[in-house]
Design a protein around this ligand. Structure first.
Ligand code: ADP
Ligand code: MN
Length: 366
């Protein structure tokens, strides 16, 4: 199995990895609190729909002895040279990139499937617990990515006094305090230069209530033309409206969680994605009509129906146009009985009103 640094990480701690044939799985070192939050999310399907799919956890090791054991033989069973071992442990933030040793794996979707390495292996000082998540950027060709930190309070109750003071000041001195949002980091594809333009955490921190709209304009700066950009912003407005309705019903405290917003930055891929979606909608309509016709006809058997379902699955969207998800739950907890997180609600409302403003001023309907 192969692990790679996530090539389009825009925020947070270094060390987010991806794996799979098409890097469709995120492997992220995680604190027990985040793991617990994902585990419990199955009890909150409406919010979970906004989160990346959760596949389970695995342990990565940086233990030189374990890595040496793993790389001691090559595919032919011959013992590797010292050079090969050295290459395997060539570190990316301490992880052996290229190969790794999953000490235990548990596939939530297939609980009956045997783990790849027999359990249990005791967790040692060199081991890191990781969560495996759906890579939200999978399905994009040139993903423009924004990490938008939500909420007015950025620390949880377990934080040290020093951290509370520090993050309290960060909130007071950035847009987090007044608006409940901060642009953490983002990157935008420039189709003319064929390169990504990156914006740092410092840039996001430097924005104010007066300039944050400019910040969003920099994110919506892929050169796709005003009609496509209007579609992008409209879709985020729709997502944010639905998301707002959901979090107003959820009882949890999110501290330093983010909305991960993505749109396709390559013009051809964008149009392909839109066409694929339209094809899918046509399929749904066709299917509904066929279903109604069948209901009219009493003698008709149900056999065709399954076949139709299969057809439909084949037509799943392959190229995404936009996507918006909630991520980063290292400091978030479910809090039954405590009502919604008002700082996060404020953040979503602020974003909605800024995006609605952009629709009026930058992308007016013609
Ligand atoms: P941290 O606790 O270090 O802030 P995050 O969960 O916020 O960790 O992840 C850091 C970055 O990694 C995000 O800003 C984003 O760019 C990327 N990332 C995290 N989760 C995903 C995901 N499921 N799909 C795609 N990118 C992700
Ligand atoms: Mn984060």
């Amino acid at each position: 199995m192969k692990l790679n640094p996530l090539h389009n990480q825009v925020g947070g701690h270094d060390g987010v990895l991806s794996m799979g044939e098409d890097n469709e799985i995120i492997v992220k070192p995680s604190l027990p609190q985040e793991l617990a939050f994902y585990e419990e999310s199955v009890l909150h399907p409406e919010l979970a729909a906004w989160m990346p799919a959760y596949y389970g956890s695995l342990t990565l090791t940086r233990d030189p002895a374990a890595i040496a054991a793993m790389t001691a033989t090559n595919e032919d069973g011959a013992v590797n040279s010292e050079g090969a071992v050295a290459a395997a442990i060539k570190a990316f933030n301490g992880y052996p990139v290229g190969d790794f040793l999953p000490l235990n794996t548990f596939d939530q979707a297939n609980p009956d499937k045997d783990p790849e390495v027999p359990l249990p292996v005791e967790k040692g000082e060199f081991d890191d617990e990781c969560i495996c998540l759906e890579n939200v950027s999978h399905g994009f060709t040139k993903a423009c990515v924004l990490d938008l930190k939500l909420g007015t309070q950025l620390f949880d109750d377990n934080a040290s006094e020093e951290k509370k003071a520090r993050l309290g000041a960060v909130s007071d001195n950035t847009t987090s305090g007044k608006l409940g949002i901060r642009l953490t980091g983002f990157h935008v594809y420039d189709g003319e230069k064929e390169e990504f333009v990156k914006y740092s955490k410092q840039h996001g921190k430097s924005l104010t209530e007066a300039t944050i709209l400019e910040g969003f304009r920099s994110f919506f700066a892929a050169k796709l033309g005003p009609q496509r950009m209007r579609l992008v912003v409209e879709r985020f407005v729709n997502d944010l409206t639905d998301f707002l309705a959901t979090i107003q019903e959820e009882e949890l405290r999110m501290r330093s969680s983010s909305l991960l917003m993505m749109y396709e930055g390559d013009v051809e891929a964008f149009d392909k994605g839109v066409l694929e979606e339209q094809g899918n909608i046509a399929k749904v309509v066709e299917r509904a009509q066929a279903h109604l016709e069948r209901q009219d006809d009493d003698d008709e058997e149900d056999e065709d129906e399954d076949e139709d379902d299969e057809d439909f699955e084949d037509e799943e969207v392959k190229q995404k146009v936009t996507d918006m998800r909630l991520i980063d739950f290292a400091h978030s907890t479910w809090t039954p009985g405590m009502g919604p997180d008002e700082g996060v609600v404020l953040g979503v409302k602020s974003t909605l009103s800024l995006f609605e403003q952009l629709l009026v001023t930058d992308y007016p309907e013609d």
